[in-house]
Design a protein around this ligand. Structure first.
Ligand code: P6P
Length: 333
């Protein structure tokens, strides 16, 4: 049996890219090491005093869970000392961590340290999302290095803490998944060159907000619920409340995830999800798996960010579904 660990796979990927420095290899491996530690804490959350909220509210105005802070501090602290990173943006931090120039490396990492942390207390899936960008210029890094369009990403991925711990990443040469074997403490290749399947089976959206949706979203969701066996409708509805888990199932089984703009919160009319920490890395992966990602009017990866915590509407998954949604938007104009 050929056992491909994530370390060996990353080295082979870097060789396929013709890169020799090993810096990206080591950075991806650093993230995998941190993920193992977070996975251990997630698995123990019910046993140690790490479940529940800290009582604080983060820059997003969301209640901070203890595991949120643990994951953020572990990941950002470990990467800041790696010598491979010059700046770290995090959903949990108002401003990026700028690594002192003498210890800085050539990559920028944007993180959602623990996505879907509201699921922790009920033992449902959660995840870590990461986006790796090149440092823009010479000299000390600035916040502008974090604010690059998603098409600049050199790698992106997520770790899903579900029934098992899965590490999924792409460096632009396809999407690969690794499952943590806790008996040896290694991520082992389990999903090679993941591609969206032939037809859509699921749609993921918070149906509870239906009264707040705009016309294109209402019409698209009405369409997916139609009865037409030839187009495999109605699609099944699956919504876990953690983007990583919904995205992962949709990529493997065939589906589309939507967090569209809505008028639920006047402060968040462009949707809830963050461009840098959720939309861009997931859009990169989706396109690498033969899918697509849009705001409804714009390809996610082409957006030039204007703010570290900028939110965008996100429709991501099978290209056929993303294009269908965009058609509903065009028809509404
Ligand atoms: P709602 C988690 O907080 C998150 O950012 C995504 O992971 C998830 O898909 C979404 O928000 C859930 O948001 O408003 O449906 O509870």
């Amino acid at each position: 049996m050929t056992l491909t660990t994530i370390e060996r796979h990353i080295v082979e990927e870097e060789r396929r890219h013709g890169l020799t420095s090993g810096t990206l290899t080591n950075l991806l491996y650093d993230i995998a090491v941190a993920a193992k530690v977070i996975s251990r804490e997630v698995r123990r959350a019910g046993l140690t005093n790490i479940i529940g909220s800290t009582g604080d509210v983060n820059v997003q105005g969301e209640t901070v869970q203890k595991l949120d802070i643990y994951a953020n501090d572990l990941l950002s602290g470990y990467l800041a000392k790696s010598g491979r990173v010059c700046a770290i943006g995090s959903e949990e931090l108002a401003k990026p961590i700028m690594v002192p120039e003498k210890q800085a490396g050539k990559y920028v990492v944007n993180l959602d340290p623990l996505d879907g942390s509201g699921n922790i207390a009920v033992n449902a899936s959660i995840g870590t999302i990461f986006s790796i960008l090149p440092k823009l210029g010479q000299g000390a890094a600035t916040e502008a290095d974090c604010l690059q369009p998603g098409r600049n990403q050199v790698a992106a991925g997520y770790v899903m803490y579900g029934s098992s711990t899965v590490f999924v990443y792409s460096t632009g040469l396809g999407v690969y998944g690794f499952t943590l074997d806790p008996t040896v403490g290694e991520f082992v290749l389990s999903h090679s060159r993941i591609r969206y399947p032939g037809h859509c089976k699921f749609y993921s959206i918070n149906e509870g907000y239906a009264s707040y949706w705009d016309e294109p979203t209402r019409r698209y969701i009405e369409w997916v619920k139609g009865i037409d066996p030839a187009s495999h409708r109605p699609y099944g509805h699956r919504y876990i409340g953690a983007m990583v888990a919904d995205f992962h199932r949709n990529m493997l089984e065939g589906g589309v995830f939507l967090y569209p703009r809505d008028n639920k919160d006047p402060q968040k009319t462009t949707g809830k999800l963050r461009l840098l920490f959720e939309a861009n890395p997931m859009a990169f992966l989706a396109e690498q798996a033969g899918g697509a990602a849009t705001t409804g009017t714009e390809r996610i990866l082409t957006i030039t960010p204007t703010d570290l915590h900028q939110r965008v509407p996100v429709i991501v998954g099978m290209a056929s579904e993303v294009e269908r949604y965009e058609n509903f938007v065009r028809q509404s104009h």
